[in-house]
Design a protein around this ligand. Structure first.
Ligand code: 5AD
Ligand code: SF4
Length: 467
């Protein structure tokens, strides 16, 4: 019998990418084959994101296509999983094309639900958390842990690199954010389970791990009377043979847990000098309205401290522009913060009201879209000029990269491509480096002499070891 074909598409953050790879592993283990062609799939799954309306619209338009497939006679089971499944629940099942709705906390049940539908059960099946802000039961957490362990290694598109979830959920309630309402309360996984999982990953050839949490620096778990925080996890992870690089995302600018973490980054060689620390705004007024618990000055102090410990730490940030009430002056404060911090890179988003969040309920979305767009473009352009300038410091330096494989874009020296194609690698600080080299370098470390830089990319050649 032909294998059943699964098409799965992922929207949103790294948590979702991780869930997608776990689902892929689980389905392939059970005899499914993955396809990237929707029209031949027996099962179409969409792992969805609710953080901005735009992400939800993209899913709805994809569902429109699935409806068209079904109407034109294709027998296919269509499932919505992830944050939109949790947020919209039954209303998704009202759409004629949707058969399965499964929330992020019920993902271990997904395969059973899909098989039920493939076997011809009538009507839609749904499984989401009825009370999302209630702490998950011990049984539910154990099921999620088991699912995670059993479907690891979840090698990402780049060989030898894996994500490991250390926490689920969020308790911060930033006033614009849907995450606490779709991913539930913060739960830190047991360090024992996390470390066992990383050991298994290392045995299967993984060299780089990224510890994932919505606010990973609030990780806190007590086991046998000992409290483990993120820096303890980093120390223990670094003891695992075979693991060469450890990073952690994403962080919240907490003011009470800084020194031990920055010290860990400074002192543990394997921990990458990279800090993703979203500021969201540079205006004290806007931060307050966002229910972020720090001022711009606090944030600057935090980054200054990080740089005292790790002078070349690469700092990445997130910003929301056009938050309700954001004036020109407030936006100017954000620009000033970007100028002051000199990030490695930033992500900038136009504010998008999310149903049920306190901003959406209390504040009018009163910055016109045109202004949001202008501010977004302006902020990214400012960062681009900073990155272009700052990246020049790498010219002439030798940098160690982890080689991820062929570069999809042709950047340089196309003539050499036949025998030594253009490869792409990443430094420990997450800088992208493009160079010509043997494809066998993929999955290994290489030393590259940087010759040229742009805002987003460093270009170089493989070091012959003489430098
Ligand atoms: N509108 C726009 N951006 C948002 N983010 C979170 N919620 C919203 C929203 N309602 C951004 C934040 C966060 C990133 C993952 O998404 O910058 O850090
Ligand atoms: Fe959302 Fe704030 Fe939690 Fe990040 S810290 S997931 S922005 S509520």
């Amino acid at each position: 019998m032909n294998k059943m074909k699964l098409y799965i598409v992922s929207f949103g953050c790294q948590m979702n990418k991780l869930d997608t790879s776990l689902v892929e592993a689980e389905f392939t283990k059970s005899g499914f084959e993955l396809t990237d062609n929707q029209t031949e799939a027996d099962v179409i799954l969409m792992n969805t994101c609710s953080v901005r309306e735009h992400a939800e619209h993209r899913v709805l338009s994809r569902l429109g296509y699935a409806k068209h497939l079904k109407r034109s006679g294709r027998k296919v089971v269509v499932g919505v999983i992830g944050c939109m499944a949790q947020r919209l629940g039954n209303s998704l099942l009202e759409r004629e094309e949707v058969d399965v709705v499964c929330g992020p906390g019920q993902i271990p049940e997904l395969k059973k639900m899909v098989i039920e539908k493939l076997e011809g059960s009538k009507g839609g099946v749904i499984n989401v958390s009825p009370q999302i802000r209630k702490s998950p039961s011990a049984k539910n957490s154990a099921m999620l842990d088991e699912f995670e362990l059993e479907n690891s290694p979840n090698l990402t598109e780049h060989k030898n690199k894996a994500f490991v979830r250390v926490m689920r959920g969020c308790n911060n309630f930033c006033s614009y954010c849907i995450v606490p309402f779709v991913r539930g309360p913060e739960v830190s996984r047991s360090p024992d389970k996390i470390l066992n999982q990383i050991r298994r990953l290392a045995e299967s050839g993984v060299k780089q791990v990224t510890l994932l949490g919505q606010t990973v620096n609030s990780y806190r778990h007590t086991e046998n009377g000992n409290e483990y925080r993120l820096h303890n996890l980093l120390e223990k992870t670094a003891e695992i043979d075979g693991i060469d690089r450890i990073s952690f995302v994403t962080n919240y600018p907490y003011m009470d847990y800084t020194t031990p973490l920055f010290k860990a980054v400074a002192e543990i060689d394997k921990v990458c000098p990279y800090l993703h620390l979203p500021a969201q705004s540079g205006s004290e007024k806007v931060l307050k309205a966002m229910n972020r618990k720090y001022t711009p000055q606090d944030y600057i102090r935090l980054i200054d401290e990080a740089r005292e410990h790790v002078p070349e730490i690469a700092v990445a940030g997130d910003f929301i522009v056009g938050f309700p009430g954001e004036s020109e002056e407030d936006f100017r404060e954000t620009e000033k913060l970007v100028e002051r911090i000199r990030y490695k890179n930033i992500f900038a988003f136009k504010y998008s009201p999310r149903p049920g969040t306190s901003t959406e309920k209390r504040l009018e979305d009163n910055v016109p879209d045109k202004i949001k767009r202008e501010r977004n473009i302006k902020l990214l352009a400012l960062q681009e000029s900073i990155s272009s300038e700052d990246n020049k410091k790498f010219e002439g330096r030798k940098m160690r990269v982890f080689v991820e494989g062929r570069s999809s874009k042709g950047h340089l020296n196309n003539a050499d491509n036949e025998k030594s194609p253009q490869l792409i690698g990443r430094t420990a600080g997450d800088y992208i480096v493009v160079f010509n080299g043997q494809e066998e370098l993929t999955g290994k470390f290489a030393d590259i002499i940087i010759e040229k830089t742009s805002a987003l990319t460093l270009f170089g050649k493989v070091s012959d070891g003489q430098e």
